[in-house]
Design a protein around this ligand. Structure first.
Ligand SMILES: CC(C)(COP(=O)(O)OP(=O)(O)OC[C@H]1O[C@@H](n2cnc3c(N)ncnc32)[C@H](O)[C@@H]1OP(=O)(O)O)[C@@H](O)C(=O)NCCC(=O)NCCS
Length: 154
């Protein structure tokens, strides 16, 4: 049985290797151990009760006043297509509301998935400059960035 919970310090190595694995497919950015320790409180994880490894993760990163980002979203192959991606994002959106943040964006290639959750495509230029701080370290920045910015007003 799978379930979602807040990440703990014991999850960091698994989150790191999960993100590294999917970053090799070019669908998201890897994150360093230092970054993961610093931002561990952003993360929710999908696990099973037999503890046979991490099945997914997702982070809500606060960007600015009334703006947060959905980042590092992964559901592993055998758990995909069962609604866990949606639940991970919904859990992050609920946390945004709890924090009093009502605008959430993501930078993604999975436009249909996020559209099915109610996100709408926006011009990247509409997002504040602060959003781009992580992009500075991305090898695709700025000319080869092909991710789509999507926004939800809660
Ligand atoms: C994208 C991802 C997180 C989706 O997770 P998932 O658990 O398979 O998705 P869900 O089962 O919750 O699907 C939710 C809805 O999105 C739709 N959906 C899921 N993946 C989709 C895709 N690739 N394209 C179009 N629609 C998709 C589902 O049909 C479902 O719609 P419904 O509720 O109307 O039936 C998962 O495929 C994944 O980890 N991919 C690799 C990593 C990645 O690309 N991460 C995103 C980085 S921003």
């Amino acid at each position: 049985m799978l379930y979602l919970r807040k990440a703990t310090i014991q999850d960091v190595a698994s989150i790191h290797s999960l993100l590294l694995r999917f970053s090799r497919q070019g669908v998201l950015l890897p994150r360093s151990f230092s970054e993961l320790y610093k931002h561990l409180r952003d993360f929710f994880v999908l696990v099973d009760n037999l503890d046979t490894g991490l099945k997914g993760c997702c982070a809500l990163s606060i960007t600015w006043e009334n703006l947060a980002e959905i980042r590092s979203l992964v559901v592993v192959g055998d758990a995909q297509g069962k609604g866990w991606g949606r639940r991970l994002v919904d859990t992050c959106l609920s946390e945004a509301i709890t924090l009093g943040i009502y605008r959430v964006f993501t930078l993604t290639y999975q436009t249909e998935f996020f559209a099915s959750l109610g996100f709408e495509e926006v011009d990247k230029e509409e997002l504040p400059q602060k959003v781009w701080s992580d992009c500075l370290n991305c090898p695709k920045f700025p000319d080869y960035c092909d991710e789509v910015a999507m926004l939800m007003d809660l």
